[in-house]
Design a protein. Structure first.
Length: 524
């Protein structure tokens, strides 16, 4: 039995056998449930059965922090507690010992937009503190760089890196931060998951790419020879290892020889032959396809993408998103060799240990944690709330996204920064999403824009405390104009099609549109 079976069978036992139910009702006369907002239907049913006789049940929870509906949690359990147990005493724990009044006020105003909640008024004895800072950026890479610079600022002022966290809505968003932090030598750790290039699906995809680039890579060959399953088992692989050691050949070279003999037969022989042909074909495509296009072809033709699409596990969608983010990462390089060299540097950097790290994690993983300074990245429609939530147009799911925003914001003890991008590359496509609706739900008296906001209904505000706390950067003017032809060391020649401050959109002759800083280009 798995955990779900244990819950269901327990409920069935208590329902079908009154004598067993009576035994446990007498045995467990007092019941305390923590995190009641995270209980599912099965847990709710047998808790009601156990508490029927004594009515001695005490449930502790926060309906505004119910964020696990996607894995079965039912917020309605805590919302109808008084109805299920008439006469129950409700004690609201409204004093907050973590966050400043400004952060609490912003979070409370945000969550008040939910209709399905019990309601409470949080307060604290702490001093007011700084407002919640909002920062608009050009794209995801600028977002990561800006946050990296702010982290360096607060570190210089004496704040330990262990008191700094970056919270994102989805796992794929961590990749750009990891790339930038490596270049800035900012140590970080991923909570609740692996670093981007350490994730299973990314390592699998990289193994395919390494084998296509260098067929003699035995580790890559062994990792993906039967992934997805091709009917090539351990016995076949053992024979190949034996031949390879004896003749001094790589596994790929052994495979090329062994399919011409009678050493292996049937399905394994056919599958191995098809695999060898696929690798040869993909290797030949390196000449004509851009690296990211080659990666797409490999993932699709190998059946690896289809394998995760057919997978019914809760994390399958996240793995598919990570694979799309990998393709985006490869697109930033001119060749497969450049990208693989970059990955090697990233992985080597990850081995360096230090006592203090910036914490990088999803909002779901942050529940229950607290940090002095928190950066909330990617607050745009389609990112947060997620595109799936917007597509389904279900109020219940949107309210859970808002609860997630509330949880994320209240992880901050002293300072909270919210960033949103004008442009973001998601799964290979540039998106121009408006700022998240949750930003509009923050109270004007408790927020401060660090530059001119792009929200029409807001007036720009610059409190002195905001400028000193963030060390806001001055706006740079571009010395270039639309239509100018320029040169970039990595991307070559191109024409400027859009100018925003010191950031340029350039249509390069060979690599297409790219967003770059003006300091990296020169006039033709």
């Amino acid at each position: 039995m798995d955990f779900d079976d244990l819950l269901l069978k327990t409920n069935e036992l208590l329902t079908r056998f009154p004598d067993v139910l009576a035994k446990y009702q007498n045995r467990f006369r007092y019941i305390l449930v923590d995190e009641y907002q995270d209980t599912n239907v099965a847990q709710y049913l047998w808790l009601r059965l156990l508490a029927q006789t004594s009515k001695n049940i005490c449930c502790v929870g926060d309906d505004d922090q119910s964020i696990y509906g996607w894995r079965g949690a039912e917020v309605g359990n805590i919302l109808r507690f008084e109805k299920d147990f008439p006469g129950a005493k409700v004690i609201r724990l409204e004093q907050n010992y973590r966050s400043t009044p400004s952060i609490l006020a912003a979070a409370s105003n945000l969550i008040s937009n939910n209709k399905s909640r019990l309601g409470k008024t949080l307060w604290t004895e702490q001093k007011k503190g700084d407002p919640v800072f909002l920062k608009s950026v050009w794209d995801g890479m600028e977002e990561a760089r800006w946050i990296g610079e702010q982290i360096e600022n607060v570190q210089r002022k004496g704040l330990p890196l262990s008191e700094v966290a970056i919270l994102v809505r989805a796992g794929f968003q961590t990749r750009e931060f990891e790339e930038v932090f490596m270049s800035m030598s900012i140590p970080y750790r991923i909570i609740g998951g692996f670093r981007f290039y350490e994730r299973q699906e990314i390592r699998d995809a990289l193994a395919y790419l390494r084998l296509v680039y260098l067929a003699k890579d035995d580790l890559a060959f062994e990792r993906i020879i039967n992934l997805p399953r091709r009917g090539i088992g351990k016995a076949t692989l053992q024979k190949m290892h034996m031949v390879g050691r004896h003749e001094g050949l790589s596994l790929f070279e052994v495979a090329e020889k062994i399919i011409e003999t009678d050493e292996i037969k049937g399905k394994a022989r056919t599958a191995l032959g098809c695999f060898i042909n696929d690798v040869r074909r993909w290797a030949a495509m390196q000449v004509s396809l851009a690296p990211e296009e080659l990666m797409k072809v490999i993932l699709d033709e190998s059946g690896y993408t289809a394998m995760w699409k057919q997978d019914k596990s809760p994390d399958a969608d996240g793995r598919l998103e990570n694979l799309k983010e990998l393709v985006d990462a490869i697109a930033e390089f001119g060749s497969v060799s450049e990208f693989l060299e970059h990955v090697s540097l990233v992985m080597e950097s990850a081995q360096n240990t230090t006592e203090e790290f910036v914490t990088l994690m999803t909002m779901h993983a942050a529940k229950g944690l607290e940090f002095k300074t928190v950066f909330l990245a990617g607050w745009e429609e389609g990112i947060f709330p997620s595109q799936r939530t917007l597509a389904d147009s279900i109020d219940k799911e949107l309210e859970e996204e808002r609860r997630l925003a509330y949880v994320a914001l209240t992880r901050a003890k002293e300072n909270a920064f919210i960033t949103f991008a004008s442009n973001r590359r998601v799964h290979g496509q540039w998106q121009n999403n408006p700022p998240s609706r949750f930003i509009k739900e923050l109270p004007e008296s408790h927020i401060c824009f660090l530059d001119a906001p792009i929200l029409n209904h807001r007036a720009a505000s610059r409190a002195p405390s905001a400028i000193s706390a963030s060390e806001s950067l001055p706006v740079s003017r571009s010395i270039y104009r639309v239509g100018e032809r320029v040169f970039h060391v990595k991307f070559g020649y191109g024409v400027i099609t859009h100018v925003e401050s010191d950031r340029l959109l350039i249509d390069f002759d060979h690599t297409g549109p790219k967003k770059v800083l003006q300091s990296f280009i020169q006039r033709k």
